[in-house]
Design a protein around this ligand. Structure first.
Ligand code: AMP
Length: 284
């Protein structure tokens, strides 16, 4: 595995592969790799000839007062995990390399970017879309793998690709979970032992809604109430939102159909956690 930190060196490294018509797959991450990230690597390896994993804690997508400074970082461990999983190129630029030329221009998301995560974290998705656009321009991949865990991000990257005519195929990889249902996240390390137990309520709430769906319930308000009851019954958890939305733009839905989404966000202590299901999808 090659490890590079500059845009020029990445372009030079990828030029021969591009010339030979090899398909380049990109897996964007902020590091602190776990099995969820590695599932994206597996997906990109299956669908592309050469896998690039980017590792960059993007300051643009953190608001003041968020966890930018304490975000978990362990480059040596990430390098070992990526190499063992078959990543061909690990791109780990500095903030100066990514934004040294300036950061006043932004990709500004539309309505979807102002809902849910975007409502609670203003500007978050503009930061995400801007860095993803930069990575697409630097790597010029044919394929990019993103996790369903951050489903609003996937929805917005899909809009980015479609509305800016970027020639990238988007692959969405199902959420990888702990045995008890908790979605893997780099932020799970913030949880104390008792908070870790409480955190099960997110996936349990989604499971309650999924079971309602399996019994034939299609009323969004009823499915919402199933999830809400589980979260309300877990002490020490503060729900930010339970969203029942359509699969295309994540706008609120009254009736749930296959492909509709339930997304939840909640705080356990000082840690924010998010999770979601797609109705009609297997798993969870
Ligand atoms: P992050 O490093 O948190 O920015 O995540 C990088 C990528 O990994 C994003 O596309 C995430 O959606 C994805 N990801 C994070 N957690 C999981 C998970 N538990 N299962 C699948 N993909 C994940």
């Amino acid at each position: 595995m090659r490890q590079l930190s500059t845009v020029d060196s990445v372009r030079a490294f990828l030029a021969p592969a591009r010339r030979d018509g090899r398909r380049i797959g990109l897996v964007p991450t902020m590091g602190a790799l776990h099995d969820g990230h590695l599932a994206l690597v597996d997906d990109a390896r299956r669908r592309a000839d050469l896998v690039v994993l980017s590792l960059f804690v993007n300051p643009l997508q953190f608001a003041a007062g968020e966890d930018l400074d304490r975000y978990p970082r362990d480059l040596a461990r990430d390098v070992a995990l990526a190499a063992a999983r078959g990543v061909d190129l690990l791109f780990a630029p500095t903030v100066e390399e990514m934004y040294g030329a300036g950061r006043e221009l932004r990709i500004v998301g539309g309505a979807t970017a102002n809902l849910w995560e975007g409502a609670i974290r203003p500007g978050h998705f503009d930061g995400v879309l801007t860095v993803v656009a930069k990575l697409f321009n630097i790597i010029q991949p044919q394929l990019a793998s993103f996790g369903q865990k951050d489903i609003q991000q996937v929805t917005l990257v899909r809009q980015l690709i479609e509305q800016l005519n970027i020639p990238v195929e988007l692959s969405m990889v199902p959420t990888v979970r702990e045995a008890d249902g908790l979605a893997l996240s780099s932020r799970n390390v913030y949880l104390s032992a008792s908070e870790r137990v409480t955190a099960r309520a997110l996936s349990a709430a989604l499971r309650a809604a999924a079971q309602g769906w399996s019994r034939g319930e299609r009323d969004a308000a009823v499915l919402h109430a199933f999830a809400e009851a589980v979260l309300a019954g877990a002490p020490g958890i503060v729900t930010d939102y339970i969203a029942v939305v359509d699969g295309a733009r994540m706008l609120p839905a009254d009736a749930v159909v296959a492909g509709s989404i339930m997304a939840v966000a909640a705080r356990v202590g000082s840690t924010r956690l998010i999770d979601n299901i797609i109705f009609g999808q297997k798993g969870l």
